[in-house]
Each structure stands twice: as structure tokens, then as C-alpha cells.
Design a protein around this ligand. Structure first.
Ligand SMILES: Nc1nc2c(ncn2[C@@H]2O[C@H](COP(=O)(O)OP(=O)(O)OP(=O)(O)O)[C@@H](O)[C@H]2O)c(=O)[nH]1
Ligand SMILES: [Mg+2]
Ligand SMILES: [Zn+2]
Length: 289
């Protein structure tokens, strides 16, 4: 039977079978032996073949992925972690306060998704905590990235929800879909001690065509391996312009003469904070926070 992985807790997997039942599965032995680059061979969202009973089943095969969202391991072990597979979009939840999400973090996350050609949405949360002045900052950031109704954005798609711990990912999902009733932590725990309330990525079926994947908060976001030359390709507003530079695809848009990107920053067609994130990524100065 075919199924879709909803949750993985190490050696056990919750798989939603074609029959609508959830199967508790292990990986069949031979799958475990295969050479794998990622720290997790099976990720939430994977389509698999399974056999067995609901309380004791085996995953016998993993279907090829349409796409996946990777997280580079911070410890540089060479391993990366597949956050989720077969997704239609990623939704980044960001907050200005408690905790603060920097534009650098946002831009590195967007670049990672763009590198896999996965559409991105950003939700600015906890606006009730902001002073009118700070609200203006968020409105400004919203203009920078665009805004729409969350429920509409999720409909008929599989969406990976990501963001720092404590930004309110689980709270937001509970509010939109009250039957989920996920655990959320109180503020002091979430922000001061840096504890994660959500500990495993988990996919929830909202209706047969709508899935949301709640994930544990990420502290930092490193870029996947990429060449300096390719980074501007993952900034959509730069991608359009980069071939107009005098040095064409060899231009890194730093100090080169007749650079169309730097000209666009000067003209106000590219936001300075986006360009700053870009140069930090190219020069390796980004602090990952
Ligand atoms: N002021 C305010 N607090 C919120 C809002 N949304 C969530 N919170 C609080 O923020 C804290 C963290 O919320 P969670 O939903 O657990 O955050 P999370 O992003 O799921 O965190 P992890 O699971 O650790 O990644 C809780 O105390 C929530 O009550 C909001 O819109 N405004
Ligand atoms: Mg959570
Ligand atoms: Zn250039």
C-alpha cells in the first residue's frame, strides 16, 4: 500500500495509508543499509510503500521526491537534515520581538528555499506586542515581502511551517485549525531558556488536499553549499537584472564596475537590507542568527 509520512521520531514513523488509517512503521532492514547523505533517510512528507498492521508495519520503499527542504547541519558534519519532502511551499513565521527574527535570517531562509525552487510565504506574527512605531517597521517589512490571508495561502497545498522557537507556529496552527490542539509553551520558557516546545516535525491533514507541517524552531539558518556566483540567482529581484551587469554572470555585484544590481540598489529598486543580506552571504560574513 502507498502512504505518506506524517511524523518521524527516530526509528518509528507515523504513516497515513491510502485507506485513511495511520500506520506505525519501522524501516525495513535493507533500506537502513543504503548509503545516504542526509541524517534522516525518510522525512515527513515522503511518499512510501508499506506493509503490515496499523500498530506494526514496515516501510518497504521510498518513492522519488518531487522536492525537499534541506537544513544544513550547523556542526558541519557534512550531513544535512531533510526538514520535509514533497512540499508546495514554505511558510516562515517571523516576529520582531520575543524572539527577534532578523532580516538576515529571513533572507538566508528564503535563499535556501529559492535554491530548491520552493515558493515562500512570510507571516509576521505577534504584532500585538509592538508599539505603533514598531508596527510601522513590520508594515514596511510586509511591503518588502508581500501579504495575504493565511488560510487562503494554505488551501490545497502542503506547507512547511518554519521559524525561530517561540514565534508562535503551533499557536497559529491551533488558532486556524482548532482540532489540532498542539502543545504550546508559555513565553518565558520559549524565549528565555531557548527550549523547543515542538520537538519533532509533524504533518497534519486539514482536508484530503491540505497538509501543514509544524516544525521545531530553528535557532540559526546556515546556507546550503552554494557558489558565490549562484547566490544572486536566488534573490528573485536580482535574478532579473544580473545579466545586465558588465561582467554578466561573473559579476558578484560587490565592487565591479557597471553593476546593474548596485545601480538598482542606488535607484531604490532593490531594498538595501536585501542587498546587505546578499553581500553578507557572498563574503561569508553572515552570522547565521
Ligand atoms: N503576544 C503574543 N504571544 C503569542 C502569539 N502567538 C503565540 N504567542 C505565545 O508565544 C509563545 C510560543 O508559542 P508557540 O506556538 O509554542 O511557538 P512555536 O513557534 O511553536 O515554538 P517551538 O515549538 O518551540 O518552535 C506562547 O507562549 C504563545 O502563547 C501572539 O500572536 N502574540
Ligand atoms: Mg511549536
Ligand atoms: Zn553586478
Amino acid at each position: 500500500m502507498e502512504g505518506r509520512v506524517m511524523k518521524s521520531t527516530g526509528s518509528w514513523y507515523d504513516v497515513l495509508g491510502e485507506d485513511g488509517k495511520v500506520y506505525l512503521c519501522r524501516l525495513q532492514g535493507k533500506l537502513r543499509l543504503e548509503e545516504i547523505k542526509e541524517s534522516n533517510p525518510v522525512a515527513v512528507g515522503d511518499m512510501v510503500e508499506l506493509i503490515g498492521e496499523t500498530r506494526d508495519a514496515s516501510i518497504t520503499a521510498i518513492k522519488p521526491r518531487d522536492n525537499h527542504m534541506l537544513r544544513q547541519s550547523v556542526k558541519k558534519t557534512g550531513h544535512s537534515h531533510v526538514l520535509a519532502a514533497n512540499i508546495d511551499q514554505v511558510m516562515l513565521i517571523a516576529t520582531l520581538k520575543q524572539p527577534r527574527t532578523s532580516t538576515g535570517f529571513i533572507d538566508r531562509f528564503l535563499v535556501s528555499a529559492e535554491a530548491f525552487r520552493i515558493p515562500q510565504v512570510i507571516i509576521f506574527n505577534k504584532k500585538d506586542l509592538l508599539t505603533p512605531e514598531e508596527c510601522k517597521d513590520v508594515d514596511h517589512m510586509q511591503n518588502l515581502y508581500g501579504a495575504e490571508s493565511v488560510r487562503d495561502l494554505l488551501r490545497n497545498k502542503t506547507t512547511l511551517i518554519a521559524g525561530h522557537s517561540g514565534v508562535g507556529k503551533s499557536t497559529l496552527l491551533n488558532r486556524l485549525f482548532p482540532h489540532l490542539q498542539q502543545t504550546v509553551s508559555d513565553l518565558s520558557q520559549a524565549t528565555d531558556k531557548g527550549t523547543h516546545t515542538t520537538t519533532f516535525a509533524e504533518m497534519f491533514m486539514i482536508d484530503p488536499k491540505t497538509f501543514v507541517i509544524d516544525t521545531p524552531g530553528v535557532k540559526e539558518w546556515g546556507l546550503n553549499d552554494m557558489e558565490a556566483q549562484e547566490i544572486s540567482d536566488y534573490f528573485p529581484e536580482m535574478r532579473e537584472l544580473r545579466l545586465e551587469c558588465k561582467f554578466g554572470s561573473r559579476c558578484l555585484h560587490l565592487t565591479e564596475p557597471k553593476c546593474a544590481i548596485r545601480q538598482a540598489v542606488e535607484d531604490g529598486r532593490i531594498y538595501p537590507s536585501r542587498y546587505e543580506s546578499y553581500t553578507n552571504m557572498v563574503t561569508g560574513k553572515d552570522n547565521r542568527k
